[in-house]
Design a binder for this molecule. Structure first.
Ligand SMILES: [Zn+2]
Length: 87
């Protein structure tokens, strides 16, 4: 049951990822609440496949990531964003 490629990460790539500091963009902009109809701020946090970019990649803090998921789901529900890229 060998799963995951986590162990295959070489030391050099690990060092690189540790050096790149990620800052929560909403904390940096001092956004108190994420507005779901503000598509401009939501679009960059959605992958090409239409998925929500995880916090470990986007660098968002837990609080804002939680608010972001709710905002994206609300925007999808009123068809401001797509559920998937194909449709
Ligand atoms: Zn934040």
């Amino acid at each position: 049951m060998a799963r995951g490629t986590g162990n295959k990460i070489s030391k050099s790539t690990r060092k690189k990822t540790m050096l790149t500091q990620k800052i929560c963009r909403f904390c940096a902009d001092k956004v108190s609440s994420i507005i779901f109809y503000d598509i401009k701020s939501l679009k960059p946090l959605i992958s090409d496949a239409g998925k929500i970019v995880p916090a470990r990649i986007s660098g968002n803090c837990a609080k804002h990531q939680r608010e972001l998921t709710t905002a994206i789901k609300r925007a999808r529900n009123i068809a401001l964003l797509s559920f998937s890229e194909a449709h």
